[in-house]
Design a binder for this molecule. Sequence first.
Ligand code: NI
Length: 204
Amino acid sequence: MNIPHRKRKVTYDIPGHAHFLTFSCFRQFPLLSKDRSRGWVVEAIQKARELFDFDLWAYVFMPEHIHLLVHPRQESYSMGRILAALKRPVSCQARDFLASTENDRWLERLTVQEGREKVFRFWQAGGGYDHNLWNDRPIREVIDYIHANPVRRGLVAQTTDWFWSSARQWAGEGSGQMVIDPIVARSNTAETAVAPAGFLPPSL
Ligand code: NI
């Protein structure tokens, strides 16, 4: 992985901007290597799309992290709320599933002590890595980067061989797990927006 999967969250809610999101599983455990848990994430993404009105431009599910490229359609939005809507339901479903199957080993592994409380964690704490994008070139680079994840890892030979990404849809080869939205022309305000200093990861 060239782009660091940082724990800290940097969020800028700027109208017209796209957001490149990365969520890592707690302690990089491969919690997304099964269709069951991937299904929970798909469900959370679909619900969040309806609730918060954002475009989904690209995605990839890796065994221990996911990348999404999203684009809020509204002038006013909160990435913090979108991130919570994407992550929280998955964590709840994972905890309920482990409890119902009495999988104490994994319940224990994914539970941390925070002060006096015990907290279940599916995701690495910190909200995920969020990265603003606003012009065409970086957006295309990020889409390629997202789709290349499983190839870089050696899981498949071609991006379109990976079932859990939007690569096939982008290549015009039908749909994957989720239908993605077309990228439409953005407003001048968005394209001339000033970048917060130092927000580009070194590999872009
Ligand atoms: Ni990655």
